[in-house]
Write a protein that binds this ligand. Sequence first.
Ligand code: ADP
Ligand code: MG
Length: 366
Amino acid sequence: MSVLQLNKLVKRYDSVEVLHGIDLTVNKGEFLVLIGPSGCGKSTLLRMLAGLEDISAGSLMLNGKEINDVPSQKRDFSMVFQSYALYPHLTVYENIAFGLKIRKADQAHIDKMIDWAANVLNLSALLERTPKQLSGGQCQRVAMGRALVREPKLFLFDEPLSNLDAKLRIQMRAEMKALHLKLQTTTVYVTHDQVEAMTLADRIVVMNHGVIEQVGTPLELYDNPHNIFVAGFLGAPAISFIRGVVQNQGSQLGVAVHDTQDSSYSTFIPVQSAIVTVGQEIVLGIRPEFFQLQASQADSHTVKVKVKFIEAMGAESYIHGQLCGQDIVAKTVLRLDHKPGQVIDVGVDLAALHVFDANSGLKLSN
Ligand code: ADP
Ligand code: MG
């Protein structure tokens, strides 16, 4: 059953349109993540769901009923912002209780809910403190607690972890996931962090310039990005892009890549003939794990890569290099000691190549 349905939602500020007709369904119990670069309209869309921004055109349906004009406090959604917006002079207990007191809940209910939320969020020992006696992570948990005790139909989160330092962010990310598995409350979560999106989401919505580029599970988007934008946005280290023009070499179509700095250095990467035509400008996308540093495998094609530098992460290493003048990143579990400037043989798994049209940016497939 769907909870929220967004039909051609448009947002205009005066004459400037910032959301251009968003169609989206949020399913019951799912954790949906909106991701996209800064300014693409994520917060605006979330605020429209919350009732904090007017809807310029289109309709927003909750369980089949239009709620465009239902005021924020009647929607029964809880929103958590990047800035936790706690009341500085109130204790943790009072901050969490605030929304329930406003709604005139009875004291026994308030105590029960706070006891439960404090337990879930590990805040029981901190209830008498004020926000300035708390760390950033603890403040974030209090803001979550305030949202939880209202038992909302929907959680809305706008980059709730982005003020935390890296270590705490990873810890809170795991806690968010565990909490959602426990509560199963329908959640719309905004972030610009692709690792957060990949790890938290049941489905990811990739936005750009006020439109949706693609919707899918994390692995659907990772394995089958519909365009160059989505391919480049998800994945760390990022996918490598090789640009070129399709040529015919001995009845095999492919891309000839030349190093503009070194005319003796060129390579040919074969591409499935059915999806391209001679003269077409294309972009090949290769994920870091599909470069092979070991002896070549069945479906792989060997290219020369000039090493720029190697990042040794411990469990794996990232080789930053150039393939005929174009930057690539390869990943390996091998421990390498190549020096900058060294040219090495690298296999490319042709079966894992993504082929995009350079002009439209769209993935080519048959
Ligand atoms: P994101 O959250 O993805 O970074 P926002 O939703 O905050 O993006 O903003 C989307 C676009 O809408 C931006 O171009 C921003 O400048 C514009 N915008 C946001 N709020 C307002 C406002 N109150 N008035 C005018 N323009 C706004
Ligand atoms: Mg924002």
